[in-house]
Design a protein around this ligand. Structure first.
Ligand SMILES: NC(=O)CC[C@H](N)C(=O)O
Length: 189
């Protein structure tokens, strides 16, 4: 089992650390060639979705990444990663990869007071710690999307086919449970 972590910008090292804590091998994806490596899943980290989206295009990785995920490669997007996967972004004409039938609202908690910590229920896991940093939430889901967590009446985690997204950052909390959930439920060795 080997997981690729998109490492163009943002919190990719924290994801690698979490994976190593649960004994899962990972590698950084920095260019198109890295996408050809054998992997059983990919993590799209948090950071700045506009910057990551632009780098994917500039580095000519966009179509290969989109193709891999639409062909079934398990993908876990956190925060900016959620925005990259969303079919629609509120207030924007364009999406990025546009593969998951959700609408993302960016910077949904305000810019200044946008970071907070809470503990809340996640379906199939139980109560877990959640850290939100200038986070999006999911304002709409499609018929095939399963909602996994709701905080303050906002959807903050969901899954659809081979894709899992959280608007919070599980990689910077004390728990390994969401990474374990991704590996156990989505990735086949
Ligand atoms: N922590 C994050 O990933 C923030 C996401 C950021 N607000 C964006 O739109 O990309």
């Amino acid at each position: 089992m080997k997981i690729g972590v998109l490492a163009l910008q943002g919190a990719f090292l924290e994801h690698k650390q979490k994976l190593s804590e649960i004994n899962i091998e990972s590698f950084e994806i920095r260019n198109k060639k890295d996408l050809q490596q054998d992997m059983q899943g990919i993590i799209l980290p948090g950071g700045e979705s506009t910057a990551i989206g632009k780098l994917l295009k500039d580095l000519n990785m966009f179509d290969s990444l989109k193709g891999l995920i639409s062909d079934g490669l398990p993908a876990f997007g956190t925060c900016a990663g959620l925005i990259l996967l969303a079919k629609k972004i509120e207030g924007c004409e364009n999406s990025h990869l546009g593969l998951m039938d959700i609408t993302a609202k960016r910077n949904a908690y305000g810019r200044q007071l946008g970071s907070f910590y809470t503990e809340s229920e996640f379906e199939g896991i139980g109560k877990i710690p959640m850290t939100f940093i200038r986070a999006p939430y999911i304002s709409k889901v499609g018929p095939k999307t399963n909602i996994l967590s709701v905080v303050n009446n906002k959807i903050v985690a969901a899954k659809e086919d081979n894709m899992l997204v959280t608007s919070f950052h599980p990689e910077i909390t004390s728990s390994n449970s969401v990474h374990n959930y991704f590996i156990q439920n989505f990735c086949k060795s």
